[in-house]
Write a protein that binds this ligand. Structure first.
Ligand code: ZN
Ligand code: ZN
Length: 377
């Protein structure tokens, strides 16, 4: 007897399968005839994928600038796991951890290398905020919550310090045994070439398609040689859309050169969620469908790729033994107008519409799913 059976689910490769769940884990896939306490028939009509993972959000409710609630950026929008990218540092990660224990959404943190986190915009302008000992203690207190490090390397954040905070971040990373390091890029200094040269396999460049002068493309539209070398070393590109860090023109040009995102993430928090241009991870994913990625490519970026780069070993795949985190969604044909962070717009014809999630085996309707009374969970 299974806890839950999803019948006739459509996968992104258009195969149809049943999915059985037991004790919060995926228990079986295929043509399943065993009974279950609860059965939901998807009529080969609704899609199911592994639960979506947003690799870059801001959901520390007590942050004075970039705050939100985990479930508002998580299950309400079809996302089962969120990774908060540096809202907190060693000083406030304990408070963040305590708050997130009440969320349905699974929350993890990339620890800001600045001990003060995002209490101001310039957390790396004072080198005294980078305290390797404080980072080490925070990692010891939260080994399962902190999955990596975050360093914001743009002029408004680092002030006069140039590349120095990143050199500290790499030293701290080495001491930590090689946790993933996510690096925000934006206005220079520091120059992107100097940033890219310091990054090694498994590091993540977020805001990868930003439209600022210090972007990944040269003025002629070619990929910078420094970024090309970094990618060859195994550095990963993350979208991190945000309010100021995504350009359709840059994304289209990069993708035409074969420079695809490894992870698609939103950089969402309350303001860019409510007022745009981010709105939700599904909205950002739909933009990538509009500029030419396939549905399987887009879904891979928020499932297996995100789980792999953040080392979430129980997530990201529909396979027996993995966490029963799933997203149930439609790909709806409807006219939609998308906007990037450069005030450019793009007309499109389809929108990913999350209707429900299964999180650790329990079903929850999304905002859209409850409005439509989509499933009897
Ligand atoms: Zn950023
Ligand atoms: Zn961010």
């Amino acid at each position: 007897m299974f806890d839950l059976l999803l019948r006739r689910a459509r996968l992104v490769d258009d195969t149809i399968t049943d999915i059985a769940i037991n004790a919060g884990k995926i228990a079986a896939l295929g043509d399943i005839h065993s009974p279950a306490s609860k059965v939901i028939d998807l009529h080969a009509e609704h899609y199911v994928s592994a639960g979506w993972i947003d690799a870059h959000v801001h959901c520390y409710a007590n942050s004075p600038i970039y705050h939100d609630q985990p479930d508002s950026v998580g299950i309400a929008t079809g996302v089962t796991t969120v990774i908060d990218a540096g809202s907190t540092g060693a000083d406030d990660v304990d408070d963040f951890y305590a708050i997130t224990r009440q969320a349905v959404t699974d929350v993890y943190a990339l620890l800001n290398i600045s001990r003060v986190g995002l209490i101001a915009q310039n957390e790396l302008a004072n080198m005294n905020n980078i305290d390797a000992g404080a980072v080490r203690d925070a990692l010891t207190r939260h080994p399962d919550f902190i999955v990596g490090l975050k360093a914001r390397m743009s002029s408004s954040v680092v002030g006069e310090n140039g590349i120095a905070p990143l050199e500290c971040a790499k030293a701290i990373q080495k001491e930590s045994g090689g946790l993933p390091l996510m690096v925000h890029i934006g206005n220079n200094p520091p120059n992107l070439d100097d940033i890219a040269e310091l990054l090694t396999s498994g590091d993540i460049i977020t805001h990868c398609y930003n439209g600022k002068p210090n972007r990944i493309l040269s003025p002629e539209g070619a990929l910078r040689a420094s970024v090309s070398r970094a990618l060859a070393r195994g550095v990963r590109l993350d979208v991190g859309h945000g309010g100021a860090s995504f350009s359709f023109a840059v994304a289209k040009q990069a993708i035409s050169l074969g420079i695809l995102p490894h992870t698609i993430s939103s950089d969402i928090y309350c303001r860019n969620r409510i007022n745009g241009p981010v709105r939700s991870l599904a909205h950002v994913m739909s933009k990538f469908l509009a500029i030419g990625l396939s549905l399987p490519q887009v879904i891979a970026c928020v499932t297996e790729h995100a789980a792999e780069v953040l080392r979430l070993k129980q997530k990201g795949r529909l396979a027996v033994g993995y966490d029963a985190d799933l997203t149930l969604f439609d790909l709806r044909r409807q006219p939609v107008l998308f906007t990037d962070a450069e005030q450019e717009s793009l007309h499109a014809e389809q929108l990913l519409t999350p209707l429900a999630v299964i999180r650790a085996g329990q079903g929850y309707l999304t905002e859209q799913g409850s409005a439509e009374n989509a499933f009897d969970l």
